[in-house]
Design a protein around this ligand. Structure first.
Ligand code: DAH
Length: 340
């Protein structure tokens, strides 16, 4: 092998070895192997005297270039290794440093109010039930005595998914599921999301929450409904809260009523929130229509019951004095963190 080829081979193997070198001792071994007194490159340099003048020039020049290149590379790798060592020393975990605080989240105001509502009814002997948000017309309408051509169906404006399914427009659908699966007596509350294609503004949203209630048994009468709702309103809005019932129409209850509470802002004197009349409407209720019992196969002669439904956003807005429903859904931390 001539000397130039030998140099090329030395360069190759040096590069390979230095690339994979990660510690100082190994680096020193490489230096000795190539640049030491008996090193491979040193040996070539020593043998130059035996070469022809032409070769001497060529090989001498190349060998010196490599000598500089090797020592530069060795210095460079040494620095990298030293830096790493230094970093490892200082990067050790200091367990005495104070920790980085994790900010706890807060319960969403809608979830808070919904749990408060649930808790009050649970204390009155009700159990929680849930039902599907994607629903058939039977559960959302027909079984609740709202036939296809019934004008009241407009009041429950609905998102249709296809010919068969829709997004439930109220939680009353769960009444039907519960009654199909359980026999009386029963006392259930049914919290959940509902959907209506309303234009979004300060008091409307295409999605909101309701809590539905249902009690069925023998001899359940209107005063039982009144008692339960009055107890609920006092627990929810304060013991001084008055309630009143106004006749209303719902297809699934007969008779039906809308329930008002004395305004929690002005205590019934009249203010902007209650439009000056001292009362706030908060829920719909009534005695279960016998037609609903028929739809689920209950004996309408033997059993009677009451039902009610309320909007959670409306109650949360009243309790917290929030004037725009959209604030609940914008996920603005500055708003949400106020409800601890
Ligand atoms: N489903 C009604 C609505 O969305 C609320 C309601 C009224 C539910 C009267 C009831 C009830 O169970 O008896 O407006």
């Amino acid at each position: 092998m001539d000397s130039m080829a030998k140099l090329a081979e030395i360069e190759q193997s040096f590069k390979k070895e230095v690339e994979t070198c990660h510690d100082i001792q190994h680096l020193e071994d490489i230096r000795i192997k190539y640049l030491g007194r008996k090193g491979e490159l040193t040996t070539v340099l020593r043998s130059i005297s035996s070469l022809s003048i032409q070769e001497k020039k060529e090989v001498g020049r190349q060998a010196n270039i490599l000598k500089n290149l090797f020592s530069d590379k060795l210095t460079e790798v040494k620095e990298v290794i030293d830096d790493k060592r230094e970093l490892q020393k200082t990067a050790r975990i200091d367990v005495t440093l104070p920790g980085i605080p994790v900010k706890p989240g807060t319960v969403h105001p809608i979830t808070k109010i919904m749990s408060q509502i649930n808790d009050i009814f649970i204390s009155l002997g009700f159990r929680i039930a849930e039902g599907p948000e994607i629903e058939s017309e039977f559960y959302n309408f027909e079984a609740l005595n709202i036939p296809l051509d019934h004008p009241s169906r407009d009041a429950f404006d609905t998102f249709y998914l296809d010919d068969k399914y829709l997004l439930r427009s109220h939680t009353s659908n769960v009444q039907i599921h519960v009654m199909q699966n359980q026999s009386p007596p029963l006392q259930v509350i049914m919290p959940g999301r509902v959907y209506r294609p309303d234009a979004v503004d300060a008091t409307h949203s295409f999605m909101f929450h309701q809590v539905e209630g249902l009690m069925v048994g023998e001899n359940i009468k209107f005063p039982n409904l009144k008692g339960v709702l009055e107890t609920f309103c006092k627990s929810m809005f304060g013991s001084e809260t008055k309630t009143r019932m106004r006749p209303h129409f719902f297809p699934f209850t007969e008779p039906s009523a809308e329930v008002d509470i004395s305004c929690i802002i002005c205590k019934g004197k009249g203010c902007r929130v209650c439009s000056g009349n001292g009362w706030l409407e908060i829920l719909g209720a009534g005695m279960v229509n016998p037609k609903v019992f028929q739809a689920v196969g209950y004996d309408a002669k033997k059993y009677s019951g009451f039902a009610f439904g309320m909007g959670v956003e409306r109650i949360a807005m009243l309790v917290y004095g929030i004037e725009d429903i959209r604030l609940f859904y914008e996920n603005d931390i500055r708003f949400l963190k106020q409800f601890v």
